[in-house]
Design a protein around this ligand. Structure first.
Ligand code: SF4
Length: 432
């Protein structure tokens, strides 16, 4: 076993035990925090390494922004941008730990700081003919306002470039640091579109200490929304209740509390959907913590995700069964209705030839979302919405030529639905 493996085990052991202490004995938190501060003081005084201290690794990449073939119909982004790899918040369920994201092995402690992000982004956005202003999501994989941002300001540098080119922006974060950039985000909102989504799987402080102990506490995250609503007219903001963590954040009283608090801070939406995903090393990481801190739940997870626990390999389901999810989604729709909270984010609508295409696809995607959440038929309609979204000419022109049926997957009742929607939405745009 080499030194780095030994060190990782040491760090993991420390983290597991801190999480366990926080979760099982919350009344002792004060003591734990005091000890933590004492260790930090020792670190500063003697230059020794303290558990969880991140290593920042500068790295140059070929590209900083990624253009997607199909938009994300929940977050509305066409582009993704992650100023950092790795995430200091280190939430134990984080999907970015899975192999498909190629993150550093020590995800919470080795943070890759992408170099020259502003210059690269400026060059890419101004130089490419195929780039049209559309929503850029920051935070789809790692948090753009994790503590490293305070020092390196990669996110802020990218926002300045996006503001210059009038690109709409969607920030997804758990951090209060986003408040630092409100002026810039408000400018983006005024000139294009801006949404700030605060990820909040639970309002229960004890559960949060287990799940995302290094991120700001739930009440502080909710306060970010309150402050944005008080200070910014052009920023849309709300809660992402994603993911639902089975048996930990999903009771009726948990969900009711989150809806009530989301409404009380004046949020524009409460977006939910799906249970915690589990795959490869991310699942193992989560289960390791579960076994340490909440061993009584392990068997329930084995049943829900159909696996038998071993620390070496995860071979269970990716998502909980629909038998588990549907009642949760029904409850959340009911709570949104009662609290008058939209469950969708209002999308960016460009004022050019794409306008009607985007409006029609927004409505279709909403129908898809509801069907998806409630176990209806949505697959074909989802492709129709994506195909309309990706048209290279205005929908009006296609309807006028009577060629709607030439769009892939558009036929029968769906074709008629699109005609009706297009007429209705076009009428709303006409003055008077
Ligand atoms: S804040 Fe988001 S990206 Fe960072 S670890 Fe938590 S879930 Fe993952």
């Amino acid at each position: 076993m080499n030194r780095s493996v030994l060190f990782q085990r040491f760090v993991l052991f420390g983290r597991l035990n801190l999480s366990r202490a926080h979760y099982l004995w919350p009344h002792k938190l004060q003591t734990v925090n005091t000890m933590h501060s004492a260790v930090k003081i020792l670190q500063v005084s003697f230059g020794i390494l303290y558990l969880g201290m991140p290593e920042f690794i500068p790295k140059t990449f070929k590209s900083i922004i990624n253009k997607m073939k199909f938009i994300d119909p929940w977050f509305w982004n066409k582009y993704t941008l992650n100023p950092y790899n790795g995430c200091q918040f280190g939430c134990i369920y984080c999907d970015a730990r899975s192999a498909r994201y190629y993150m550093p092995e020590d995800f919470d402690n080795k943070i890759i700081i992408k170099q020259n992000v502003a210059t690269m982004l400026d060059k890419r956005v101004s130089g490419a003919r195929t780039f049209l202003p559309d929503v850029v999501a920051l935070g789809g994989v790692t948090d753009p306002y994790q503590p490293a941002e305070k020092r390196f300001e990669n996110t802020r540098s990218c926002l300045k470039i996006l503001a210059k080119h009038r690109y709409p922006v969607h920030i997804i974060t758990k951090s209060t640091l986003v408040l630092r950039d409100l002026e810039l985000l408000e400018k983006i909102g005024r000139n294009a579109w801006c949404s700030v989504s605060i990820t909040l799987p639970t309002t229960n402080e004890k559960a949060a200490r287990f799940l995302d102990n290094h991120a700001p506490a739930p009440a502080r995250r909710l306060d970010v929304i309150r402050q944005i609503k008080q200070r910014c007219k052009h920023i849309q903001t709300g809660v992402l209740l994603i993911p639902l963590v089975p048996f930990i954040t999903d009771s009726n009283s948990d969900l009711t509390d989150i809806a009530r608090k989301t409404q009380s801070v004046g949020a524009d939406y409460l977006l939910f959907g799906g249970g915690m995903t589990m795959r490869d090393q991310q699942a193992l990481w989560f289960l390791q913590h579960l076994k340490q801190c909440l061993p009584d739940l392990l068997e329930k997870y084995e049943q829900l995700y159909s696996f038998k626990y071993t620390p070496e390999k995860y071979a269970g389901r990716y998502q909980p069964t629909s038998g588990y999810l549907l009642p949760k989604h029904r409850k959340l729709f009911e709570l949104c209705r009662e609290s008058k909270l939209p469950f969708r984010i209002k999308r960016f609508i460009p004022e050019d030839d794409r306008k009607l295409n985007y409006q029609v696809s927004e409505r279709l995607f909403e129908e898809v979302f509801v069907a998806q959440m409630l176990g209806g038929n949505w697959y074909n309609l989802s492709w129709v919405a994506q195909n309309i979204q990706n048209l290279t000419e205005p929908l009006e022109a296609i309807i006028q030529r009577n060629e709607l049926g030439k769009i892939c997957n558009v036929r029968g009742a769906i074709l008629e639905k699109i005609k009706i929607l297009a007429v209705e939405l076009a009428a709303k745009q006409r003055p008077g």
